[in-house]
Write a protein that binds this ligand. Structure first.
Ligand SMILES: NC(=O)c1ccc[n+]([C@@H]2O[C@H](COP(=O)([O-])OP(=O)(O)OC[C@H]3O[C@@H](n4cnc5c(N)ncnc54)[C@H](OP(=O)(O)O)[C@@H]3O)[C@@H](O)[C@H]2O)c1
Length: 288
């Protein structure tokens, strides 16, 4: 297929360029930043429409977005302009030439009050501006373009970018005091596993909503303890704190774990998060 990838300078977008090309697709990346990537601001409707018209891809994979969750809390209008209306622009441009969009959304669209992993067709109820903007993007795509995949994911860790694992390990190495929340629960997900799963989904034509996260559920604290132990920091103390003690601009949903029912139904599953973390640490040369 001829594929267009938005946000191609980002963590997931960058990995998708490699994975999709390795699958034999002809891939064109676009972003507002990055080297050797076509410039496209999805916030600009006319530019988006022209880009898609000129390229005429068979499908658009759309991970671009403003992913600074605390930034979104401080500037909710900008969040909606990029994540919500930017996705509307991509959906309209694709519908105009009759092709599908695969949009990357977030576990944060759920309010975190369920107490059990969210399924694909549970009702979202976003409780912060980033989550709301991602939900606006979902609604726009569903309403505009029947050829859609919505892939919700969570807690991504990726090579070469900012991520929770590197931040905690850097702090441990620097001898800083570690404090990690126990009452935020989710699914740690390896960027590389997610990109592979997206590649498989694109081949299916099975439009709908998917929860692509590594198998298993844990708290931020359990996640941190797992990789600290694996990376040789068994004796480094970690203080358990509540989310209320970790002051930040955005309120994350407390229990935003998801289950991957729709993917399993068509044979697309991701391995347990612990195996994925081991693999990530090994590739980073950090597994002890
Ligand atoms: N990371 C996570 O834990 C996580 C969890 C759940 C869902 N997601 C979703 O997964 C997707 C990919 O996440 P990621 O971690 O790969 O994010 P990322 O590294 O921040 O990549 C997003 C890319 O989109 C670009 N972008 C921002 N505004 C744009 C615009 N107006 N037009 C075109 N491109 C624009 C960003 O540029 P700048 O860097 O200049 O902003 C960046 O290169 C996002 O949609 C995110 O909401 C992520």
């Amino acid at each position: 297929m001829k594929l267009m990838v938005t946000g191609a300078a980002g963590r997931l977008g960058g990995k998708l360029l490699t994975v999709l090309a390795a699958q034999g697709h002809e891939v064109t990346g676009s972003d507002i930043v990055g080297d050797n990537i076509a410039r496209l601001d999805i916030g600009d409707f006319e530019a988006t429409r022209k880009f898609v018209d000129d390229l005429r891809p068979d499908a658009i994979v759309h991970p671009a977005g403003w992913t600074d969750v605390d930034g979104c809390a401080k500037d909710p209008e900008k969040a909606i302009a990029i994540n919500g209306f930017g996705t509307q622009h991509v959906a309209l441009a694709a519908a105009n030439i009759g092709v599908a969009v695969l949009y990357i959304s977030s576990n944060e669209v759920f309010d975190g009050a369920s107490g059990r992993p969210y399924r694909e067709y549970d009702l979202p109820n976003p409780i912060n501006p980033y989550a709301y903007s991602k939900w606006v993007g979902e609604r726009a795509l569903v309403n505009i373009n029947p050829k859609h995949y919505i892939v919700r994911t969570a807690w991504l860790f990726a090579h070469g970018g900012k991520n929770f694992i590197q931040a905690i390990l850097n702090a441990a190495q620097a001898g800083k005091r570690l404090r990690v929340v126990t009452d935020e629960v989710g699914n740690p997900t390896y960027n590389d596993d997610l990109a592979e799963a997206i590649g498989k989904l694109l081949e299916t034509g099975r439009y709908g909503i998917y929860h692509f996260v590594n198998e298993g559920v844990c708290s931020r604290y359990e996640f941190a303890r797992y990789f600290l132990d694996k990376a040789g920091y068994k004796d480094t103390p970690t203080e358990k704190i509540s989310a209320a003690e970790w002051q930040r601009a955005s309120l994350p949903p407390a229990y935003a774990a998801m289950s991957n029912l729709a993917g399993k139904h068509i044979g697309i599953t991701l391995r347990p998060w612990q195996e994925a973390v081991d693999d990530f640490l090994a590739k980073e040369g950090l597994l002890k």
